[in-house]
Design a binder for this molecule. Structure first.
Ligand code: T4K
Length: 369
């Protein structure tokens, strides 16, 4: 066994020398947070890179999700996917909202739009879909449904940094989109996140909510939160963005090798990449079918015993976690696809520094050689 564990992801870090001048500037300027110069620079750089007009930086995506729901004045029931990281549904509970889980599409693993209609009641005020693994949701269909029932749409786009199609960024759909810049994400600021909005008025409202509701020194317009990104994190982001294209290209090459070398392995299903969008290669999920040589969990253990820390994102399914089980829509019979996929999935390591020999080892274990 190799001594050095291989994790599902490793944060990309820029050369330290590139960060040092920025740190010196912070040390000299003594502006450490509250919308300082690096905060402004990063907002602008990201708006340009992501090709969006309005973006508000946050200290993490979870606080950004909480704030999005407040910003859109969401009430009552919110339709969402059970196949996500717990932060998606937790953001609803923190706002005293009820999650209504809708099953996922077997091909995209995103919320199945054809099942949303049936879940809408007079209590429903919003849809909270997730672009899972950076694979775009059916944004057009979801918008049609939202328009018909007059629902808000907030995308959990934590995985969808830089995902774009011929019509532009995936982040332009819905009322708001929430990004994560956590250490494990394609673009990281150690901790961080952002909300993309569609109007200057909404951006201003979100910026106020992010800063306790302060509009100026003496005016507080809402029970806002402290969601501000510090100057350290913003400065790091300003350096990271110089390297992001190279990092995504490297991820793409790793994904291509997995696809080529695992395609023919019996009992493994790979997701089909979207025809219309360029992905960001943030995760590499494989689905273990019944005709694979061992069970999903046996493969997971075999990988671990060989030092490969693959992860079962997303297992357990949110709807099966105790605090969610009591919601009527959490019934397993309501979510057959999500339950099945959650029992079959393993995400293999993918990150820019993944060594070729390590990837070879992973492939050999999965292929059962
Ligand atoms: N919505 C969705 C759909 C999300 O996936 C997430 C977060 C959120 C919302 C909320 O975003 P944030 O509030 O975090 O901005 C990780 C991340 O902590 C979490 O951000 C992420 N999704 C989730 C999918 O994965 P864990 O519990 O699996 O993290 P952890 O600490 O086990 O890290 C995974 C591996 O990454 C480790 O085995 C080693 C490596 N790692 C991790 C960290 C933190 C490093 O090498 N260095 C590091 O600093 O949740």
């Amino acid at each position: 066994m190799n001594d050095r564990p291989v994790y599902v992801t490793r944060p990309y870090l820029p050369p330290l020398e590139e960060l040092l001048p920025h740190l010196r500037e912070i040390w000299e300027g003594r502006v450490l947070t509250n919308g300082g110069p690096f905060h402004q620079r990063l907002e602008q750089a990201l708006a340009e890179y992501l090709n969006v007009k309005y973006i508000s930086l946050f200290n993490n995506a979870t606080i950004a999700l909480l704030t999005s729901l407040q910003a859109m004045r969401v009430t009552g029931d919110v339709i969402t996917t059970p196949y996500s990281f717990v932060a998606t549904a937790h953001s609803l509970l923190w706002n005293n909202l009820n999650p209504v889980f809708v099953d996922i599409d077997r091909e995209t693993l995103n919320i199945d739009p054809s099942r949303i209609d049936k879940a809408v009641t007079k209590e429903t005020s919003a849809i909270l879909p997730v672009h899972c693994y950076g694979n775009p949701c059916d944004v057009v269909r979801i918008q049609e449904i939202a328009d018909f029932y007059n629902l808000r749409v907030i995308y959990d786009a934590a995985h969808a940094f830089g995902v774009a199609g011929p019509g532009g960024s995936i982040l332009q759909y819905g009322d708001l989109s929430v990004l994560s810049f956590h250490a494990t994400k394609v673009f990281n600021t150690f901790e961080g996140g952002a909300i993309v909005s569609q109007s200057e008025k909404m951006k201003k409202h979100i910026d106020h909510l992010r800063n306790f509701g302060f509009v100026d020194e003496v005016t507080v317009v809402a029970a806002g939160i402290n969601g501000k990104m510090s100057e350290f994190n913003a400065a790091l982001g300003c350096v990271q963005i110089r390297h992001i294209d190279a990092a995504i290209r490297r991820r793409r090459d790793i994904e291509e090798r997995y696809r080529t070398e695992l395609r023919a392995v019996k009992g493994i299903r790979l997701l089909n990449p979207s025809d219309n969008y360029s992905g960001n290669h943030s995760y590499f999920p494989i689905l273990i079918n019944d005709d694979y040589q061992i069970s999903r969990d046996a493969l997971y253990e075999r990988l671990r015993s060989n030092g490969i820390m693959a992860r079962r994102y997303f297992f357990p399914l949110i709807s099966n976690i105790p605090m969610y089980r009591g919601f009527p829509s959490a019934d397993i019979a309501n979510l057959p696809v999500a339950n099945e996929i959650s029992a079959r999935v393993i995400c293999l390591p993918i990150y820019p520094d993944l060594q070729s020999a390590d990837q070879g080892r992973i492939i050999r274990i999965v292929a059962g050689d």
